[in-house]
Design a protein around this ligand. Structure first.
Ligand code: AHM
Ligand code: MG
Length: 332
């Protein structure tokens, strides 16, 4: 075995020495999210076998209920985190309201997550992922909705687990971005990508659902025209339709991911992606990796949320490309 292989647990234990808040409970919280992601990973990997193994309708061959994978992922994370006394509550893209763990009187953190991002890709064996974000409670042992409605800038840590050709965890605690790959034979995440930075000399990728072109305003169309056909050095277009997978590729290769404001509902223009579960955690990662993220007007991490399920336009990637996008979006 490669003697440089560093196991995730050792890495976190070592890292936490740098952070004043990172007592044992923070390490345990990260470990719990990681255990949850291993359970989800196992189920995701079995997804294609459902029919072969004789699972029918909502029941498996033993007559047990089979859940949809996004519900299963949501329940798995809630179940694990509800047993962690340091967690005061959780909010999920899959639930209308946060859950408060009233009996966790010593709680110090709250956790927000998108349990299975890219769920429209589940049935076709395309990469999907779990995205999470951790905040410190304003007051230990007391949790209210205001603990969730925070600027992304206040995140203590964020990350994602990508269920792709291998399962990977990428996270930051505000001191760089690190990537770990799950070794299925060991059942452990091994450090595979230390100190990830988005490449300056990038592969020039732009990622957008271009079929929405007709629903964009003029400035957005001009911006997309730049990336499509006007940039001096041509860009490549890549779009999976799972944010976490599109983001991960662009983080490693360099590029820009965009989900602009659209006018599908004429009187009610809106972005699609969720600020609290998708944009904020990835924005923290991209800044730590040397890039940036905006909604076209404001840095994602500086947006003061009004609603837990708030949607925002999202532009995220190399600073250079974000600046170009902003120039067009602001009509200059
Ligand atoms: P979901 O949370 O319902 O999975 O939706 C979010 C997903 C993102 O993963 C992805 O970037 C986006 O929706 C794709 O949207 P579209 O199909 O409109 O291009
Ligand atoms: Mg999602």
């Amino acid at each position: 075995m490669n003697n440089k292989a560093v196991q995730l647990q050792h890495y976190i234990l070592n890292e936490q020495k740098k952070f004043p808040y990172a007592k044992g409970d923070f390490t345990l919280l990260l470990s719990d999210i990681i255990i949850g992601s291993k359970i989800i990973s196992r189920e995701v990997n079995k997804a294609g076998l459902v029919e072969i193994l004789g699972l029918t309708g909502n029941e498996n061959i033993q007559g047990e209920q089979v859940q949809k994978l996004d519900d299963y992922s949501n329940d798995t994370l809630i179940n694990i985190l509800s047993q962690n006394q340091s967690v005061g509550g959780v909010a999920s893209e899959e639930m209308a309201d946060p859950i408060y763990f009233e009996d966790h009187t010593e709680a110090r953190y709250c956790v927000l997550f998108d349990p299975l991002d890219g769920s429209s890709n589940i049935d076709v064996n395309v990469s999907i992922g779990t995205i999470f974000s951790i905040y410190k409670l304003k007051k230990d042992g007391e949790i209210t909705e205001m603990d969730f409605l925070r600027k992304g800038r206040e995140q203590l840590a964020s990350g994602y687990i990508l269920y792709g050709s291998s399962t990977m965890l990428v996270f930051t605690t505000g001191e760089g971005v690190h990537g770990f790959t799950l070794d299925p034979s060991l059942g452990e995440f091994i450090l595979s990508h230390e100190n990830i930075t988005i490449p300056e000399n990038s592969k020039k990728i732009y990622s957008v659902n271009q079929a929405n072109y007709r629903f964009w305003d003029e400035n957005t169309k001009k911006m997309i025209d730049y990336f499509t056909k006007e940039a001096e050095k041509p860009f490549s277009s890549r779009y999976i339709g799972s944010l976490v997978a599109d983001f991960h590729r662009n983080l490693l290769y360099g590029g820009i991911f965009m989900y602009p404001l659209d006018y599908k509902l004429k009187e009610k223009p809106r972005g699609k992606l969720r600020l609290m579960y998708e944009a904020n955690p990835l924005a923290m990662i991209i800044e730590q990796a040397g890039g940036s993220a905006t909604n076209g007007k404001e840095n994602i991490l500086d947006i003061k949320p009004n609603m837990i399920h708030q949607r925002e336009p999202l532009y995220i990637g190399n600073k250079e490309y974000i600046d170009i996008a902003m120039k067009y979006l602001n009509g200059s």
